[in-house]
Design a protein around this ligand. Structure first.
Ligand code: ADP
Ligand code: ADP
Ligand code: MG
Length: 654
């Protein structure tokens, strides 16, 4: 086994790898950017090396600096985690040339699977079922359009260099083909520097079921069963599980055999995932799954496999890279119970899953597993850490195992209801709604489920009067904003002597709230809501609300929903909203991709004005109100957080 390894990644996956290394007695070196100087993975590692500024291109994607850090610290091997350099064969070559070990497959295996079209041709030859479609070399539009007609609509255009759901367009009708093709090409060119695409049959009622495989350097390959990742938004996974609901013995046998065949065809070593697309229109059938792609790395959702097999996949990665044989034979790998993973993201589900940033002023996970279940919280952040615009906005993965699917799902719901995040918009309520969705609970999942139920899954009910009362009570604790102090003790301390009353102003969305909070000598609190309602509505609070104060705000938790209220600072001067109403600012740093309006244009509320590319996605910036454009950002401009993108002509002006 290695004496010391370097982890070329950040966040939860860096922390995850460090934990297993420590268990095996392997010392660890972390690398970090400016933004991560105080990050958890840096604190956890035995040593840490600064590799550059915050943007990934200047730090986590700088293979040269990472290799230099490994050599300088005497690390023998590099674990790439996922994302970043994990599937970059040139990096693997450089690591090897420097006399270091890459903890992962060979550069040749990565190259074989790197382009989806070539990978499909290779898999077809190896006898693995492949999605019907065109994955040849030609790329003229006329030819691709005729192939699409041959395949039969609907079809899916996919970037051959694609990943993360980018450069993909579903086309339902031949008339839309050429426009979709240029869209997919534009996105692919920008994201991967390669605009070649393939066209395949859009599978009906598609389910995404993938198979975890492992190979060693002695020609052995095994599978560790399947994971279902059909719960997706924008082709990206949200809740994953193992095993796949409704899996039949015949289908599992066919799929795992195909996966092992695929791994063997490229002499695969280390952890990999074979992703299949499944036609579930008539349930799971052994002849209705097709190879989609292989991810030649550890997958984000690997913990669900660990939970149902009891195998530490990172330990296997280290052992195999160190030259050991696969620790278990196929017959020794068994499946037990059911596991889920929910990805907790800083994002606004109600606004099309727009990534969010912010400081996690309050962060609390369940401290014990729900009864009868086992849990893991995989995170790379602590309370007080920031979700910056530079990296993936994932906060944590909530992983749970139960004896069967129903009990594991119940446990997941309970964990989500006990998770508290304040300081950034998060998707906890969305995850909870999905975990409670009737179709999801029945195991009737397909990749379109979230889209079909989007409105119900992302709707946040208005806060109840009880919640507003709890927020008002929490807001009385004005002494120490930022800390999650107990509002109960501060007020009731004085109340031993006399009734204490305070008037509190709050805002929730557009609504102004006025409340009168009194603490009485008997230890009870009374909150009278004087606005927004006409009639004064009095609430007697006996139990402690789950509420936290953070700068300028109060967040009250009701189940998995966090209601955030603004507490206006009476000392603050003018309201900033006034100054901002004449302009539209960038919600995050990014690139102005496409501008659809010009100076002098009369625009109406909701009209798309420009597309901002930020955090790996395109965001449409629409007019917040009717108006006339005075100034608009230029196409291709790189903007930072808060830069004015659009200025409107204000009343009384030009
Ligand atoms: P998965 O199927 O495991 O979600 P993806 O190919 O979508 O795989 O990407 C894996 C993960 O790697 C993503 O969830 C994301 O967190 C991370 N990732 C991918 N690309 C980048 C990148 N350029 N920068 C940072 N993280 C990335
Ligand atoms: P990426 O590299 O971006 O992960 P994939 O080829 O793995 O690309 O596809 C991502 C997702 O797109 C899948 O998980 C699935 O939801 C959907 N998808 C891919 N191919 C098809 C298809 N032929 N029919 C229907 N949906 C598909
Ligand atoms: Mg994929």
């Amino acid at each position: 086994m290695f004496g010391k390894i370097l982890i070329a990644n950040r966040g939860e996956i860096a922390c995850r790898v460090i934990r297993t290394a420590r268990k095996l007695g392997v010392r660890t070196v972390a690398v970090y950017s400016d933004a991560d100087a105080k990050a958890l993975h840096v604190e956890m590692a035995d040593e840490a090396v600064h590799i550059g500024p915050s943007p990934v291109g200047e730090s986590y994607l700088r293979g040269d600096r990472i290799i230099a850090a490994a050599l300088a610290t005497g690390a023998e091997a590099i674990h790439p985690g996922y994302g970043f350099l994990s599937e970059n064969p040139n990096f693997v070559d450089q690591v090897t040339a420097a006399g270091l070990v890459f903890i992962g497959p060979s550069a040749a295996s990565i190259r074989a699977m790197g382009l989806k079209d070539a990978a499909k041709r290779l898999m077809e030859k190896a006898g693995v079922p492949v999605v019907p479609g065109y994955h040849g070399e030609a790329h003229e539009i006329v030819l691709l359009a005729s192939k699409a007609r041959e395949i039969g609509y609907p079809v899916l255009i996919k970037a051959r260099a694609g990943g993360g759901g980018k450069g993909m367009r579903r086309v339902d009708h031949p008339d839309d083909f050429s426009e979709a093709l240029s869209g997919a090409r534009r996105e692919a060119k920008a994201a991967f520097g390669d605009d070649r695409v393939l066209v395949e049959k859009y599978v009906d009622k598609p389910r995404h079921i993938e198979c975890q495989v492992f190979g060693d350097n002695f020609g052995n390959a095994v599978h560790l069963f399947e994971r279902d990742c059909s719960a997706q938004r924008r082709h990206q996974k949200v809740i994953e599980e193992a095993p796949a609901p409704g899996m039949t013995p015949a289908m599992r046998k066919a799929m795992t055999e195909a996966a092992v065949k695929a791994a063997k065809a490229i002499h695969y070593s280390g952890a990999g995932t074979i992703e299949f697309i499944v036609d579930a229109s008539e349930g799971l059938k052994a002849d209705r799954f097709w190879f989609m792609e292989m991810n030649t790395r550890l997958q984000v959702e690997h913990p669900v496999t660990e939970m149902v097999t009891g195998v530490d996949l990172v330990e296997w990665q280290l052992r195999i890279a160190a030259g050991e044989k696969l620790p278990k034979t196929q017959g020794e790998i068994a499946l037990a119970g059911h596991a889920f993973e929910a990805r907790l993201y800083a994002e606004d589900a109600a606004k099309g899953f727009l990534p969010a940033t912010g400081t996690l002023h309050h962060l609390k996970f369940p401290d014990a597993a729900p009864e009868g279940a086992a849990m893991r919280i995989e995170t790379g952040v602590r309370a007080g850490d920031a979700i910056s615009p530079f990296y993936d906005p994932m906060i944590a993965k909530l992983v749970v195992h139960g004896k069967d699917r129903a009990s594991a799902l119940n446990a997941l719901r309970e964990m989500l209801a006990r998770t508290e995040v304040a300081g950034s918009t998060v998707n906890t309520a969305f995850l909870a709604a999905l975990a409670a969705d009737a179709d999801f609970a029945a195991g009737d999942v397909d990749t379109g489920l979230i889209g079909r139920h989007q409105e119900a899954l992302t709707a946040i009910p208005a806060p109840s009067d009880e919640t507003i009362a709890a927020a008002a009570l929490a807001a009385t604790d004005a002494g120490a904003p930022g800390s999650a102090v107990d509002p109960w003790s501060t007020l009731s301390g004085y109340a031993h002597f006399h009734t204490l009353a305070r008037r509190i102003r709050l805002r929730h969305g557009e609504e102004n709230i006025l409340a009168r909070v009194s603490a009485r000598p008997d230890g009870r609190f009374q909150v009278a809501l004087e606005a927004p309602h006409d009639a004064v509505n009095t609430h007697d609070l006996r139990t402690m609300p789950r509420a936290v104060r953070w700068p300028g705000h109060v967040t009250v938790f009701e189940g998995a929903v966090g209601y955030t209220f603004t507490v206006p600072d009476p000392l603050a001067k003018a309201d900033e909203a006034g100054a901002a109403s004449g302009s539209l600012r960038a919600p995050m740093p990014g690139l102005v991709k496409l501008v659809r309006a010009a100076t002098g244009d009369v625009v109406i509320k909701g009209q798309p004005l420009l597309i901002l590319e930020a955090m790996k996605m395109e965001h449409t910036i629409a007019a917040p109100h009717d108006g006339v454009i005075a100034e608009i950002a230029a196409e291709g401009a790189q903007v930072s957080d808060g830069t004015v993108l659009v200025r409107f002509v204000e009343d009384g002006q030009g």
